[in-house]
Design a protein around this ligand. Sequence first.
Ligand code: SF4
Ligand code: SF4
Length: 207
Amino acid sequence: MSVGAKKKKLFRIYKEFAKDARKYTKNIVCKPGCADCCIDVGSIDVTTLEGLVILDYLKTLTPPKQTFFQDQIKRNSEEKPRHRRLRCPFLNERNICSIYKVRPFSCRKLFSVETCGEKGPVIPRALWELGEKTVQKIYQLDDSGFSGHISYILMLLYNHKLRKSYLSGELSPSQLMDVIRKYNLIVNREMLKKQRILKLGTFRSTP
Ligand code: SF4
Ligand code: SF4
């Protein structure tokens, strides 16, 4: 499947999740400007395919805006290892997402029935499970790619040589190891394998 077709499919997956999630989101308290989930404690996970979609969007902005976001992303990737809580590079000063239309699935799947604060979201179980199934579909779609914190993935994609290698599916094993170490990433297809093994383990232990 071409990258263009994958991007289209990604939006179909987002749409399907949004439709299926509707029945579980009656009691959620999420609203614009509420942004503890964007001031990240762990990692704002993004696949390489989602990173490409974000870069496509950034390319449509004016050159000064593009430079602004590139600087924000670089700063975030440098500060990430040193800070427990860090604002997403796309969260603006009014606590609104600057890339809402192309935000990754890790943001789309997040809903909470209680205000988060620093303790994190309380997600209805059915919604969480639906989100996890959808994450697997996205890994499957991008099974020659990587996942990791938003600014790490974007820094990888800003690297012309690595982006080209990823798009051609021709990252050499040594290049692959370098990328994983340097950008602290996981390989999507390995993640899928691990999830299959975990699932099998759970199935076997169920009476
Ligand atoms: S997940 Fe939490 S922080 Fe994010 S919008 Fe919902 S309630 Fe607010
Ligand atoms: S991409 Fe947007 S929604 Fe996601 S964490 Fe960043 S600011 Fe929040």
